[in-house]
Design a protein around this ligand. Structure first.
Ligand SMILES: *Cc1c(COP(=O)(O)O)cnc(C)c1O
Ligand SMILES: [Zn+2]
Length: 415
């Protein structure tokens, strides 16, 4: 079987375009493009979900992606991460079925690898030789790794306030790395939206690149395979919203193909200091605008004060699924990092935000005790070592290597 994708459809003007073109925004109206699939063909290819578990990457589902032939697949074994059942928080909250989709175990340490494996492979397929992305850190790392393997000439504009480790790794992977200064996110999105049209640069930024978020559908497929059902609620940290939009599209496909008949509630999580989706959601608006200050949070990877374009897709996923847009504070995030550590999972602040939001939703009564809940853990705490050190309760006591000192330690009740 081959790709079931049939073309791009523009959200705004409704025009269709060939899937064989390396497109970013709509060539006619600069609107967002979305990949369309042939449902009958998908039903015929549905065996890729559930059955063969040997292929340990997202490429098991390649019929449900835009076309990429075997020789153009750039893969590092991304995806197929464990769905870990909670032991600590479930007891603490009295919620039996909390799960963590542990994407800290991805090749470059974040869930971005799903999207870049697909987008870089598809770009190779279509003959794209150079490309760029904007990044708050993790996207640049992931793009760097996959672009290097594809011999694609990569430029990364990385936010000035990303931590220095991420910047160094982007350069190490081989991307041209430029620091991006800005006053608010609106400036970045305006620059990106114009870049394709005015400079003819191929981009890998979520949504402007219409292929990257297609890989996030694999969240839905994998979670379904692990649980043999869809969850009642999914908590997803939201930056651009590529992750939540793709995951929602994947769940909807499972229903359209006839594999499941329920859909989860999708909860989009942002730092409360710049929660523009939450602001729009609470007012019942269909689009989001600028809100707050995105520099005032430790959750760097999801800090943005305005959407790419108008954020319509993210809000639609949240409304259609009967979920919610939530905002969390730095203190709630730090507490969630400690909770997750007790589960054995090291999450960077932006990923722990999903757990912080789940706890908040539970306090507000929007979760039932028998709900099956998935918190998506998008990136490893190793990526933000300063925050990891901040949450750790490390006393620094030391002893010399002799039996007497060890004995004293035991006498003092330390072990
Ligand atoms: C990029 C990122 C997000 C946000 O993803 P979007 O698809 O932009 O919404 C969340 N968590 C981490 C760790 C990230 O790197
Ligand atoms: Zn258009």
């Amino acid at each position: 079987m081959g790709s079931c994708a049939v073309g791009f459809l523009c959200d705004t003007c409704g025009q269709k375009f060939s899937i064989q073109n390396p497109l970013n925004l709509c060539p006619e109206c600069n609107g967002l493009l979305e990949v369309q699939y042939d449902l009958t063909a998908m039903k015929k290819s549905a065996a890729c979900i559930g059955a063969c578990r040997r292929d340990k990457s997202i490429w098991k589902y390649k019929d449900f992606f835009p076309p990429v032939s075997q020789e153009n697949i750039i893969s590092l074994g991304e995806g197929q991460t464990p769905l870990v059942k909670s032991v600590y928080l479930s007891k603490k909250l009295g919620l039996e079925n909390i799960y963590f989709k542990n994407d800290t175990l991805m090749p470059t340490g974040s869930f971005k690898d799903r999207g870049f494996s697909l987008a870089v492979s598809n770009a190779k397929q279509l003959g794209v030789k150079t490309g760029f992305t904007y990044s708050s850190g993790n996207a640049g790392m992931s793009f760097g790794a996959y672009a290097s393997r594809a011999s694609l000439d990569a430029l990364v504009l990385v936010e000035y306030n990303a931590n220095s480790l991420k910047k160094a790794v982007i350069a190490l992977y081989g991307s041209k790395t430029v620091i991006l200064d800005y006053d608010n996110f609106q400036q970045i999105s305006t620059m990106l939206e114009k870049a394709g049209k005015e400079l003819g640069l191929y981009q890998f930024v979520n949504f402007i690149n219409p292929v990257r978020h297609e890989a996030m559908k694999t969240y839905a497929y994998e979670i379904y395979e692990s649980l043999d059902r869809v969850p009642d609620a999914v908590f997803q940290p939201v930056g651009t919203g590529g992750g939540i939009w793709g995951a929602w599209k994947g769940f909807c496909e499972l229903a359209d193909i006839g594999i499941v008949d329920l859909l989860p509630r999708m909860y989009g999580v942002q730092p409360e200091t710049s929660a523009h989706f939450k602001e729009a959601f609470e007012k019942g608006k269909k689009t989001a605008g600028q809100f707050g200050d995105c520099t005032r949070t430790i959750a760097q990877s999801i800090a943005s004060d305005s959407p790419i374009k108008d954020g319509r897709r993210i809000l639609k996923a949240i409304y259609d699924s009967k979920g919610a847009a939530l905002g969390v504070s730095d203190d709630e995030i730090l507490e969630a990092m400690r909770d997750l550590a007790k589960e054995g999972i090291l999450a960077e602040p932006s990923s722990a935000a999903s757990v912080a939001a789940m706890k908040q939703a539970f306090r507000k009564g929007s979760i039932q005790s028998d709900d099956t809940i998935v918190c998506v853990i998008t990136g490893s705490a190793m990526k933000q070592p300063d925050m990891l050190e901040k949450v750790a309760d490390f006393s620094g006591i030391h002893i010399h290597a002799n039996i007497a000192e060890l004995e004293k330690l035991i006498e003092n009740g330390l072990c």
